[in-house]
Write a protein that binds this ligand. Structure first.
Ligand SMILES: [Zn+2]
Length: 148
């Protein structure tokens, strides 16, 4: 990981940073909707895991998008100063944000799985065998995967 903090002022100085700012603002609004949606889902399913997971994902995506847009802006400045900086910033920010969100989702899911976060061992109503139920995903199941 290279330090990207010295690249950020360059994109702001060009004057075409408004495009990047618009992209960032739209991304934040979308992330906010995702978190809100997870909260609503979680209230219905009586769990908090989706909220925890999407909040972490959004945080990871924002951090990733930030560094990504700085790198993209730097590349764009080299190819075409001005507009290239803005385009590079948006492209870099969006792709890095998506990659970071994806990576954070996988990591968060693994960590929460290891903690058994909102995963319960339930006895199957049909065969009586215990099974692990991901409440945050499927709701409270009564039958195991063998009997469904
Ligand atoms: Zn069963």
């Amino acid at each position: 990981m290279s330090s990207s903090s010295d690249v950020i002022p360059a994109s702001q100085a060009t004057g075409s940073g408004w495009l990047a700012t618009m992209g960032t603002a739209a991304g934040w609004a979308w992330d906010g909707l995702k978190v809100t949606g997870s909260v609503i889902n979680d209230i219905g399913a009586n769990t908090t895991r989706n909220t925890v997971c999407s909040t972490a994902t959004v945080a990871g995506g924002v951090l990733g998008g930030w560094s990504g847009s700085a790198v993209g802006a730097a590349i764009g400045s080299v190819i075409l100063p001005g507009i290239g900086t803005a385009v590079g910033s948006v492209v870099g920010g969006v792709s890095a944000g998506l990659a970071a969100s994806k990576a954070t989702t996988i990591v968060t899911d693994r960590v929460l799985d290891d903690c058994n976060y909102d995963i319960e061992t339930i006895s199957c109503e049909k065969c009586g065998r215990g099974f692990r139920c991901k409440i945050y995903k499927e709701g409270r199941e009564t039958l195991c995967w063998r009997c469904k």
